[in-house]
Design a protein around this ligand. Structure first.
Ligand SMILES: Cc1cc2nc3c(=O)[nH]c(=O)nc-3n(C[C@H](O)[C@H](O)[C@H](O)COP(=O)(O)O)c2cc1C
Length: 185
């Protein structure tokens, strides 16, 4: 069994050096929502895996609902992630970015200026969201996305996937569970 785990495998057009896949795990280590050197070190240290899936990463400003999670929706973000993909590739791993739009799971204090908590319906999630400024705070009532907003959100995912390519990722994973935007629909 363990011998098989350490043998290469071809997945689609991707060759993995082994069958160990690192699950996506939010680390909240991206002040300003930018992937950074600490993150490059962290992922580089885990490049013994055949495939790494990054922590959930927002494809839009409204999707940055947790404190200090990274984004991938502009070229500065892509440059930050480039350091991470280079560190993973240097160790022989392949790396996918997980695109995660938090939808109504968020708090305005965690969002950059101009962004807002949005969701399919104006119904607040029960419970609280951690914020750096004021600790746990009740989830707000999200602003409902219109059909135009939904089209823009989809476009945001597509743009983010293009930036992922620029950043050197080998693929993207769409987070469609755990109550985030896609799951909310
Ligand atoms: C600290 C932490 C952060 C996580 N963040 C994410 C995430 O960003 N995206 C995601 O899809 N799953 C996330 N998960 C879930 C894990 O990817 C995984 O599915 C979960 O730990 C169950 O895996 P296991 O059955 O191997 O323990 C997170 C889990 C932990 C422990």
């Amino acid at each position: 069994m363990s011998e098989l785990l350490y043998t290469p495998i071809v997945l689609g057009d991707l060759e993995l050096k082994n069958r160990v896949v690192m699950a996506p795990m939010t680390r909240s280590r991206a002040p300003g929502n930018l992937a950074n050197e600490l993150m490059a070190t962290y992922y580089g240290q885990r490049s013994e895996a055949g495939l790494i899936v990054t922590e959930g990463t927002a494809p839009a400003a409204d999707g940055l609902g947790y404190a200090r999670i990274p984004g991938l929706f502009n070229s500065e973000h892509a440059r930050g992630w480039r350091g991470v993909t280079e560190a993973a590739h240097a160790g022989g791993a392949r790396i996918f970015v997980q695109l995660m739009h938090t939808g109504r799971v968020g708090h305005p204090l965690n969002l950059p200026p101009g962004a807002e908590v949005r969701g399919p319906s104006p119904v607040a999630l029960a419970g609280a969201m951690y914020t750096d400024q004021e600790g746990p705070q009740p989830h707000p009532v999200p602003r409902e996305l219109s059909e135009v907003d939904i089209a823009a959100a989809i476009e945001g995912y597509a743009r983010s996937a293009g930036l992922a390519r620029e950043a050197g990722f080998d693929g993207v994973e769409l987070h469609g569970a755990n109550g985030y935007l896609i799951d909310q629909y």
